[in-house]
Design a protein around this ligand. Structure first.
Ligand code: FMN
Length: 222
């Protein structure tokens, strides 16, 4: 596709932003969910410190906010992301959402939301049963049969999967939560919100946590 070179330019503006970054985040999620009546799957990119590679990132699913208002995701203790966060809880998170309604639905914009200087905190085991019960069967089975990151033979894994599924369906019981199943929330020092539309220079609003525990919000240059 050939894209015509546009000879216009404009500045994006984040016109209003609430005092609390989590409220800002909720507003963006709400706008992003419009046009997705069955619910919007939100991914986040998670970067961790890794002993072998220095830094390692991957996509994980954003599962919502904890009661104390921190974003969390679910993982297994055998993954590298778990091992990385256990060894060093420093993390970077990046959400990327396109075609988000803006300006009362008149425009479509892109949002990038970053959690900067985030500290990962594992959620207590007592919260895991409720999360496990909500998992789709496919995720539950993955948790039981997949040796994350290990080389595998497709046919061997498929046979294991099919047998596991058959036994499970025949049992008529719920699948047990594996010990490896866990979740982390992220406690950031900064929330960074970038908004941009086509033909615009992005605007950013950054919330910086102060020593007194309050958030200071400001526009920052892109
Ligand atoms: C759309 C998408 C969603 C994913 N969600 C998760 C997730 O919520 N938790 C998780 O541990 N891995 C998730 N993964 C898999 C990770 O990206 C990654 O491959 C896996 O966790 C192993 O990565 P690691 O060795 O860097 O830890 C997801 C992958 C994709 C493409």
């Amino acid at each position: 596709m050939v894209r015509l070179r546009r000879m216009t330019s404009a500045l994006a503006k984040i016109a209003e932003f609430p005092a609390n970054p989590v409220d800002m985040f909720k507003q963006i999620l709400q706008a992003a969910a419009k046009g997705h009546p069955d619910g919007l799957l939100v991914d986040m990119n998670l970067a961790t410190l890794d002993e072998e590679f220095g830094v390692l990132n991957r996509t994980v699913i954003y599962r919502g906010l904890t009661e104390d208002n921190f974003p969390f995701y679910i993982t297994h203790r055998y993954t590298r992301n778990f091992k990385n966060l256990q060894a060093n809880p420093k993390a970077g998170i990046c959400f990327y959402m396109t075609n988000v309604q803006d300006n009362e639905g008149k425009d479509l914009v892109t949002w990038q939301v970053r959690l900067i200087g985030a500290k990962a905190v594992e959620l207590p085991d007592c919260e895991m049963d409720a999360l496990w019960a909500k998992e789709e069967l496919v995720s539950q089975i993955r948790g039981h049969i997949c040796p994350c990151g290990e080389p595998i033979d497709y046919d061997v894994l498929k046979a294991k999967h099919d047998k596991f599924l058959e036994d499970h369906l025949a049992s008529g019981k719920d699948l047990e939560r594996p010990k490896s199943y866990t979740a982390f929330k992220f406690v950031p020092q900064r929330w960074d919100f970038l908004k941009v539309g086509r033909g615009e220079i992005a605007d950013r609003v950054q919330y910086r946590l102060q020593d007194n525990g309050k958030w200071e919000a400001m526009h920052v240059s892109t």
